[in-house]
Design a protein around this ligand. Sequence first.
Ligand code: ZN
Length: 401
Amino acid sequence: HCEHNQDALSQQGARETEPAALPHRWSVTDHQRWKASCPQKMPNVFQNLVSCKRVFRELKMLCFFKHENVLSALDILQPPHIDYFEEIYVVTELMQSDLHKIIVSPQPLSSDHAKVFLYQILRGLKYLHSAGILHRDIKPGNLLVNSNCVLKICDFGLARVEETDESRHMTQEVVTQYYRAPEILMGSRHYSNSIDIWSVGCIFAELLGRRILFQAQSPIQQLDLITDLLGTPSMEAMRTACEGARAHILRGPHKQPSLPVLYTLSSQATHEAVHLLCRMLVFDPSKRISAKDALAHPYLDEGRLRYHTCMCKCCYTTSSGRVYTSDFEPVTNPKFDDGFEKNLSSVRQVKEIIHQFILEQQKGSRVPLCINPQSAAFKSFIRKPSSSVDVMYEEQSLVLE
Ligand SMILES: [Zn+2]
């Protein structure tokens, strides 16, 4: 059926960079990686209804996103006949590293790096939040970075549409502990997109200090480390907390805030940097800064200028100079619609809907991509699924123009 594309994908399997038939570098994110992003082990994406729905939601989101700082699906591999449909392969842009690997590496990070990374994280998050989406697992490992410092938010395995009805309960099984907002640690049954901003604050501090800001052994110790820095929260700030968590805080000693220690994170922790950081690390989620407002902070002016001078795809250079976009931090309209989730009731039904959805995505002029499972390169790719994004980082350093 489509041999030249099979060749191209075989080459990706071997991680060669410029497959002849395709315009960009490609990476195949296989369902092994999706599995790794989900809290429960899924030997098969179609094993139960919960995993089916989660995978479908992530797939829908990856196809919806159109933003330079959010990973999106460039293509989905053509599925086999429904009777043999067990795996989903999504093609995304290839990113060489992630922020976790960069932070723990010996690679020097200047204040320009911190500014341009933070700018892009907030730019992507403003877009996601405008789509009505909570990411719910913002952490350095989910921020992919390539060698010219372009950053993309990835892994939407825990993402969901915001819940506007405050009486509806939301799961607390979200966000990697070190980046988990205090309202989740305190058992709030309802939370907003400000949980993502808390995570960004933790990452900002980690970029400055090159170490995890709140590195605790348990959720209770996590909360204690937060109150060590921010001081004992007011009753007002704890209004949505569960009774047990509030009792834990009130039982302990009354703590004074110790925010000036943030200046000791590094020499890059300037007054402007610490000021913005303190607007993100706010205990009360309703008083925490939004992505949109954070982007208006003067600390990010240089990051914005650098990004749009030589890194973005929204501005361009002509012989008479740079032509800037009219909107540096775009939002999306309409929002992401999760109405498709309402009537999903059985594994077989969701499988059929996903199968149909993938075929619909491919109604273009192109020959659909498919995989050749018989090729040697594909077999070696399948054996090492977890290293799909860390291919070329080791020999490369981050280049800021
Ligand atoms: Zn631009």
